[in-house]
Design a protein around this ligand. Sequence first.
Ligand SMILES: [Zn+2]
Length: 343
Amino acid sequence: MEHVRDLSELPKAHLHLHFTGSMRPGTLLELADKYGVRLPEALTDALVSGEPPKLRATDERGWFRFQRLYDAARSCLRAPEDIQRLVREAAEEDLRDGSGWLEIQVDPTSYAPRLGGLIPALEIILDAVETASRDTGLGMRVLVAANRMKHPLDARTLARLAVRYRERGVVGFGLSNDERRGMARDFDRAFAIARAGGLFAAPHGGELTGPASVRDCLDDLHAHRVGHGVRAAEDPALLRRLAEQGVTCEVCPASNVALGVYDKPEDVPLRTLHEAGVPMALGADDPLLFGSRLAAQYEIARRHHGFTDAELAELARQSIRASAAPEDVRDKLLAGVDDWLAG
Ligand SMILES: [Zn+2]
């Protein structure tokens, strides 16, 4: 028999999920109604149909359109209870998909104006994560991500803040938004602060631009993990380096297709990375906009790339090993993967 094992029961860690992008479509529609926000038509169409909006983020205009939709969704998160609801629902959705550990990525700067400033915004988010984690039983932590469209000094401020909140659930530091803007090395000081403060480095790279952007993440930011990183597949020497250094790529196949990085799910180079020995942690990125959540990414590996259950189990192990989960959580999840495979 084939495909008998349910991928939503495979224990895994979810390491690439953005804050607003994790929202349930129905929740966004309700919040928009609550605050009288008129969402762009492309967004409401996507939310109602479950079909991702047609975006070509491989050019700057397409990326700008994507950001506009994202900003519209974010503008509906205005009160602490909205943040609490979003985080609780993200945890519930993750649990349903077999996640045993979630690292959610957020730039608190974007929420600061509506939540009383940068520090209150981060505290509201961390409190929401702690509460949701306690209520649902899902282990959750936060990755604070700087925005590469902003000044590197802002990123430094954010890195210092992230380090200060390490005891409150911040585990990593990221860098997001358009890879074509600014150089990774402009943010090297911010990442040095984060690393020195005990956070892991997980910048985006190798999504919108090629292998060079992944190399920059390694050379300039000393990345422990790379957000996306799929374009490393175009450079065998870089693949060898990622494999040797054990740098995990947080690969988000549905996102890549929705944003036009690849035309079809089968074009996402999952096989190339896997066979090169590059560890991967599959992620949903922005399920709100891309229409699929965590287990669906493993489904793509199975359906479009012929990953066997043993290989899918290995992908799940890679996600768990690359996480910031404490030893006991990891051990429990890894044992669960073995059970899933044996079942
Ligand atoms: Zn991302």
